[in-house]
Design a protein around this ligand. Structure first.
Ligand code: UGA
Length: 440
């Protein structure tokens, strides 16, 4: 008979680990979050979240105060008598596109050396298909005590900005196990979430994660491809998307054409799956196409503006939006990072606005060292600007009125990578307006 509440340790306090730990505590489990970064653990103990995420701090503080959630750098104590250990450490992209599994290996070794009772190890991190078989073998090889350990796959489907909601109200929980015991354990751990559970083999679970992310990336690249064609033939991608969305087989989400997908997941997971396929002698053509379209899409507006302006040298360029999407401070693979270096290289003076991403961006591109200035309001960046690029659809940016561009800019020339305005409202206000997939 399995208990109602488990002693769970979570390795890694990044997006995946921290959110999982907090949510497990919220449904009643006893959770210890482990990280090697002492500063981060100290911050967490004080109730400060290292990531910007709605509702996370509140739930963190609540469960910490209730004694269901603790933070530590002492992995030995955290692992030795845990019922289950969830691994949520990063699997960053390597130069060849493959996933770097060194963090997973480090944690697996620590677990093997620490555990003193039977334990289920659950990998939440996105790992290439077959990795969990190896993790299990690796743990067995380094085990110190005579205990039973199994590894299960439980991929994560949260999106940044909505992480807590995505976890507590997930569309589905995927569990990949190789024994009845592991399956029963994971089912029981997730029982209080009251969500649909899909139970499959370990390898299928690992594949479901990549197949889902790469499908969404493909969907976006497909819409961007069609958007580019729409411009050439005089159709409007937003009308086209609306028309498509009523077909339930297509669905209404992830049909927004734009400046390309960014973030820590789609760019990495598309390349990792293509790499895995190549290793097995298979050319995953659809995913390669998604990556290729996305690479071109990121600098599409920059290229258009370069043609229109001849040179950026000495021009004042307003950039509205630095993060890869609203609701996060994450800059990984953000379009701003593909474009701002080009603008700076070509001699532009950049005025950048982002309600949340400014601190992270200015660490990479400090004022004074680069010809860049960070402004507190979007309108401030527009004053006297020769051209404006919109890269993220933050509400604060959507609130800028068409007339503001005309009133504030030296020349109201706007390149909108997120299609946030109606073409007619911008044209009626007197803006020279370019967007994605819509004939100007
Ligand atoms: C993505 C997935 O949505 C999650 O399900 C998954 O768990 C996560 O990756 C992960 O593997 O950890 P995330 O990267 O946080 O989540 O963000 P998304 O909301 O999916 O957006 C990704 C990018 O696609 C953004 O740059 C966004 O602007 C772009 N996008 C999204 C579009 O260009 N068009 C759309 O219609 C939708």
């Amino acid at each position: 008979q399995l208990p109602q509440s488990f002693k769970i340790s979570v390795a890694g306090t990044g997006y995946v680990g921290l959110v999982a730990g907090v949510c497990f505590a919220e449904v009643g489990h006893q959770v210890t979050c482990v990280d090697i970064d002492k500063d981060k653990i100290d911050m967490l103990k004080q109730g400060i979240s290292p990531i910007y995420e709605a509702d996370l701090e509140e739930l963190m503080r609540k469960n910490y105060a209730a004694g269901r959630l603790t933070f530590t750098t002492d992995h030995v104590r955290a692992y030795k008598d845990a019922d289950a250990i969830f691994i949520g450490v990063g699997t960053p992209e390597q130069p060849d596109g493959s996933a770097n599994l060194s963090h997973i290996a480090t944690v697996a070794r620590q677990i093997a050396e620490a555990i003193e009772k039977d334990c289920l190890v659950v990998v939440k991190s996105t790992v290439p298909v077959g990795t969990n078989d190896k993790v299990e073998q690796f743990i067995h090889d380094f085990l110190v005590h005579d205990v039973i350990v199994e590894v299960a796959s439980n991929p994560e489907f949260l999106a940044q900005g909505t992480a807590v909601r995505d976890t507590l109200e997930a569309a589905r929980i995927i569990i990949g196990t190789e024994s009845r015991w592991a399956e029963a354990m994971l089912m029981k751990i997730y029982e209080p979430f009251n969500l649909p559970i899909v139970s499959v083999s370990r390898r299928s679970a690992e594949m479901i994660k990549y197949a889902s992310n790469d499908f969404l990336a493909l969907k976006i690249s497909y819409m961007n491809d069609i958007a580019n064609l729409c411009e050439l033939v005089g159709a409007d991608i937003q009308d086209v998307a609306r028309g498509m969305s009523f077909d339930e087989r297509i669905g209404s989400k992830f049909l927004s054409a734009g400046i390309g997908y960014g973030g820590s997941c789609f760019p990495k997971d598309t390349k990792a799956l293509a790499y895995l396929a190549r290793q097995h002698g298979y050319n995953l053509r659809t995913v390669h196409a998604a990556v290729e379209v996305n690479n071109d899409q990121k600098t599409l507006l920059y290229k258009k503006a370069s043609n229109r302006l001849i040179t950026f040298d000495g021009l004042k360029v307003a950039v509205l939006g630095l993060t890869f999407k609203p609701g996060t401070d994450d800059l990984r693979e953000a379009p701003s990072l593909a474009n701002i270096p080009l603008l700076l290289e070509r001699g532009a003076k950049v005025y950048a606005y982002d309600p949340v991403g400014r601190a992270n961006f200015s660490q990479m591109y400090p004022e004074g060292e680069y010809n860049i200035k960070y402004v507190d309001r979007p309108e401030e960046g527009l004053i006297g600007a020769n051209v404006c690029f919109i890269f993220t659809e933050w509400d604060e940016i959507k609130a800028v009125q068409p007339a503001d561009y005309v009133a504030l800019m030296r020349t109201p020339l706007v390149y909108d990578g997120r299609n946030i305005y109606e073409i007619t409202e911008m044209q009626d206000a007197g803006v020279e307006y370019y967007s994605i997939g819509r004939a100007a």
